[in-house]
Write a protein that binds this ligand. Structure first.
Ligand code: PMT
Length: 396
């Protein structure tokens, strides 16, 4: 972290007091920390304390006491990283909806560097759909979430909403700066999201995949300097992507298959996280099927197993990684897929685990390797799961 310029944006929540420890940890590791506060944050922690600890003046307003302008654009453009901690429901809502009524927010909207945010609020606020939607919007814009932890809250209630501990936040920041472009020059192919198999012009067979896991994988590989081709099924959120990710949108398994075949040969690493439909209607009706009787028979035919096909074409220099989404006999089924599809690693997630699988921002996975080694990971954000997968790929 030596020499890194970190902007710490503190918004007005009780967890703000923990920022004193956070600043100390960052400064101790050699970072230069510039603290920004929302006007309310000063009710929870003294700007003077933060100024002494960071060895820098603390800014809370667009102008300081000498009537000088605090240039938010300059602050934003000079930073290597911005971290907003605690990120209150109010600040998260404003960040998600483009509301810019203080210096911290103006700096956030001007920032070109990676922005991390550590939500902190009471458990029912944190669980509220509107707030979860705002958090999803922010991660969808490419911001990096340091998830709230579970435990005792300032209200006296217990649940998820506590800001991550300063040591945890500092560890996220440290690991962000540790990334060394280890995969520079490597070509990575990733699939994400569902496939839709048309029944008629208005209906399809599909599944609940959102592509969050695949987007996280693309981000994690790109952060290590790889060139990523990301093949997305329908409905995967359109987010701003770094230059080294090329996105290709497809709808049905046949198109995903074709796109994978086009890019597989030149790929050093392939990770298939898409939930591909195993079957499609034998024929797509050319016009909307009308209701005629109580029942309707559909004849389905098998789709190509894309991963299996790539496994037969794989050279010794290529790494091929699959996912397994299971509901029973999880390990056994995943181990069978690993072998049958000629994979180097398979990432098992089970729908029996809370917070794992479709649509969530978190996942709980077990990695199974060709060498028979296994590694079970705890529940963590999908970005952290992706980072763990990237680490394994690097060591392979
Ligand atoms: O997208 P999210 O909402 O974030 O959810 C993430 C996820 C649950 C979709 C993801 O973590 C996941 O488990 N993806 C794989 C889902 C799946 O289809 O699993 P499977 O066990 O049916 O397939 C095994 C492997 O074969 C997968 O790598 C799959 O991409 C591949 N496959 C499957 C069928 C097929 N016809 N072609 C394939 O390539």
């Amino acid at each position: 972290m030596k020499g890194k310029r970190i902007l710490l944006g503190i918004s007005g929540g009780i967890a703000a007091y923990k920022c004193c420890t956070l600043v100390r940890l960052l400064v101790k590791q050699g970072a230069s920390v510039q603290v920004l506060m929302t006007p309310d944050a000063a009710d929870f922690v003294s700007p003077l304390t933060l100024s002494v600890l960071s060895k820098n003046p603390v800014h809370a307003n667009f102008k300081n006491n000498n009537h000088e302008w605090n240039n938010h654009v300059e602050l934003a453009l000079n930073a290597d990283l911005m971290i907003i901690a605690p990120a209150t429901a109010n600040t998260i809502g404003k960040m998600a909806h483009g509301i810019c009524d203080n210096l911290l927010l103006a700096t956030y909207f001007s920032a070109k560097c990676t922005v991390m945010f550590a939500p902190a609020m009471d458990l029912d606020m944190h669980a509220h759909k509107a707030i979860q939607n705002n958090i999803n919007t922010l991660t969808g814009y490419g911001n990096y979430i340091i998830p709230a932890e579970s435990g005792e809250l300032a209200s006296g209630l217990s649940g998820t909403g506590r800001m991550a501990e300063p040591e945890t936040i500092a560890a996220h920041i440290e690991s962000y700066f540790k990334k060394k472009n280890t995969l520079k020059g490597k070509q990575v192919l990733i699939t994400a999201g569902p496939t839709y198999e048309a029944i008629d012009p208005v209906r399809f067979i599909g599944n609940h995949s959102t592509g969050k896991m695949g987007l996280s994988l693309a981000t994690a590989f790109a952060e290590e300097g790889a060139n990523v081709v990301l093949i997305c099924g329908p409905g995967v959120q359109q987010i701003a992507l770094p230059k080294n990710i090329t996105r290709i949108d497809v709808v049905a398994a046949a198109q995903m298959h074709e796109a994978c075949l086009k890019h597989f040969k030149q790929s050093d690493i392939t990770v298939m996280s898409a939930a591909v439909a195993d079957y499609r209607p034998a024929e797509m009706a050319s016009s909307k099927i009308k209701k005629k009787s109580n029942g309707l028979d559909l004849t389905l035919v098998k789709n190509p197993d894309i991963l299996h096909d790539l496994g037969t074409k794989k050279s010794a220099k290529q790494l091929l990684i699959g996912f397994a989404l299971e509901t029973d006999n999880e390990r056994q089924h995943a181990a069978e897929k690993l072998k049958r599809k000629n994979l180097d690693m398979i990432v098992l997630n089970s729908l029996n685990d809370k917070g794992a699988g479709f649509g969530t921002d978190t996942n709980k996975v077990t990695l199974l390797f060709k060498s028979k080694r296994t590694k079970a990971l705890p529940l963590m954000s999908k970005l952290d799961v992706a980072t763990e997968i990237v680490k394994e790929v690097i060591s392979m």
